[in-house]
Every structure is written in structure tokens, then in C-alpha cells.
Design a protein around this ligand. Structure first.
Ligand SMILES: Cc1ncc(C[n+]2csc(CCOP(=O)(O)OP(=O)(O)O)c2C)c(N)n1
Ligand code: SF4
Length: 253
């Protein structure tokens, strides 16, 4: 039988604990595929954060570390500076990265640490029951904004790519999605470019729009439609590459 796709060797043969319809699993697969394609496994160290992806170290057949809430970029910085030939990535949710860990990610980006950040934006804290995150959309209901997020009460959603693009440190920033096969392929390409940027000694971050059917209280199919209709207008898909003169080359994805 001709097989169209194989399981990446860097993904342990184990069932994910993620809820049905959650796209964390797709993103794990893409990271594993890219590291396999680039033949970087022997020198790669991944940092799992808190959140539903806290068990990422159970799924990647790589050297992995786990960091307390939001501290993954600091742990990654230490590892990369101690082992400069290593390839280091963090895998962080939006509660982890954009809330408690906001200072960590801003300073790692400002310093231009040569690490790759995989940032999963599902608009709320998934693991702990669906609380409001900095990325929660206006009018979106969460357990801590049951009447819907209001700018005057809970503030505006934070757009991490746009925020980091004001800094001189990053070399590659992208926002992608995994709600359609075409977008999965674009995300794979962006993840690959983010690891190549690290090999070029640049800080690289890929924000990936992801689903949380459990806390959105939607079916898996409704969830991908929600990404398309609700998230994309607020979080446009974009790639920013630092050019030689220091300005950003911008591509809509
Ligand atoms: C220092 C610290 N504070 C708070 C928590 C509780 N906590 C665990 S997971 C989590 C939410 C993470 O949500 P997110 O980063 O959005 O990831 P998701 O579960 O949505 O993938 C929180 C607040 C913790 N584990 N450690
Ligand atoms: S709670 Fe949400 S983010 Fe966590 S595994 Fe379930 S669907 Fe995914």
C-alpha cells in the first residue's frame, strides 16, 4: 500500500490527551515534522509551559524541559546561552505567554535571543476552565467575563505579533492558523522559517490561531468556523521578516 503520510519519528506513538477538535495536536505534529525535515532533533531542546500543552514533553521524542507559568522564554534563554549550538524552542499558550509571561516574552524578543517560540492563541485559558486571557475577543464570553469582554471593563485584546514588531530584537514574526488544510501547510512553512531564523541567530515567533471547542462550548466543526469568522478579523494572518536595513518585509498569509 502506498502511504501518503507517516507519523513523524519525533512524535512519540502515544494518544494525545487533548480534547476532540483541539488543534494543539496538529501544531505538535507540524513542529515534529519540521525538526525531522531539518534534521535538528539531536541538538534541539523544547520547553513546555503550563496550560493544556504542559505535557508536550510526553509527546516529543526530544530533550524537553518544563517551565513555570510564563517563564519558558527565560529558561530557553539560559539553555541557549549555555549551549549556543543547540536549537531551542518554547511551546506556549496565550494565558502562559501573553498574561503572566508577558514580561518574559517582551524582554527575550527585545534582547533578540536566538530561540523559536511557538505561541498557541486559542483566546482563553484552556486548561484551567476557560478564563479570560489577554487574547480574548471583545464580546467573547469566558468564565471570568460571563457577559462578554468589554473594552472598558477588561481592556482590549492584545495582538502579540504587532506588539513585538515594535521591537528591534526579533528577526521573524508570523501569525498563522490551522483551521483549514491550506492554512495548516502555511503554518508548517512558517514554523520551518522560524527554526531557520534561529539558525541565523534570530529571535523568531509564530503565533498560531488554535481551537478550544471545550471552553468555547462549540463542536469541532463550529470551532473551525469560529476561527474563520471571529478570530481572523481581529488577528490577521501575516508574516514579518526583518530585512537587511532593519525594516520589516510584510506578507499577508
Ligand atoms: C505559576 C502558575 N500560575 C498559574 C497556574 C495555573 N495554570 C495552569 S494552566 C493555566 C492556563 C494556561 O492557559 P493557556 O496558556 O492559554 O494554555 P491552554 O491551556 O489554553 O493551551 C493556568 C493559569 C500555574 N500552573 N502556574
Ligand atoms: S481545554 Fe481547550 S485547549 Fe485544552 S485540550 Fe481541550 S480543547 Fe484543547
Amino acid at each position: 500500500m502506498h502511504r501518503l503520510a507517516e507519523r513523524p519519528t519525533l512524535l512519540v506513538d502515544r494518544a494525545f490527551h487533548y480534547c476532540p477538535g483541539c488543534t494543539h495536536g496538529i501544531i505538535h505534529r507540524l513542529v515534529a515534522e519540521v525538526l525531522e525535515e531539518l534534521q535538528l532533533a539531536d541538538r534541539t531542546i523544547g520547553i513546555a509551559s503550563v496550560g493544556c500543552s504542559v505535557l508536550a514533553y510526553e509527546y516529543f521524542d526530544l530533550d524537553m524541559q518544563q517551565a513555570a507559568h510564563g517563564r519558558a522564554p527565560a529558561v530557553a534563554t539560559g539553555i541557549k546561552r549555555f549551549l549556543p549550538d543547540s536549537v531551542v524552542f518554547t511551546y506556549q499558550g496565550d494565558g502562559d505567554l501573553a498574561s503572566i509571561g508577558m514580561a518574559e516574552i517582551i524582554h527575550a524578543a527585545a534582547r533578540g535571543e536566538a530561540i523559536t517560540v511557538i505561541f498557541v492563541n486559542n483566546t482563553l485559558y484552556g486548561m484551567t476552565g476557560g478564563q479570560l486571557a489577554p487574547t480574548t475577543l471583545l464580546e467573547q464570553k469566558s468564565t471570568t467575563s460571563p457577559q462578554g469582554r468589554k473594552a472598558e471593563r477588561e481592556g482590549h485584546p492584545i495582538k502579540v505579533i504587532e506588539l513585538l514588531s515594535t521591537l528591534a530584537g526579533p528577526g521573524f514574526l508570523a501569525r498563522t492558523a490551522v483551521h483549514t488544510p491550506a492554512q495548516v501547510l502555511k503554518t508548517r512553512k512558517a514554523i520551518k522559517e522560524a527554526f531557520l531564523a534561529q539558525l541565523d541567530k534570530c529571535f523568531a515567533l509564530v503565533e498560531i490561531l488554535s481551537t478550544c471547542p471545550t471552553n468555547w462550548k462549540l463542536s469541532p466543526v463550529e470551532s473551525v468556523e469560529w476561527v474563520e469568522k471571529q478570530m481572523l478579523p481581529v488577528y490577521p494572518l501575516v508574516k514579518l521578516e526583518r530585512s537587511d536595513d532593519g525594516t520589516w518585509l510584510k506578507t499577508q498569509l
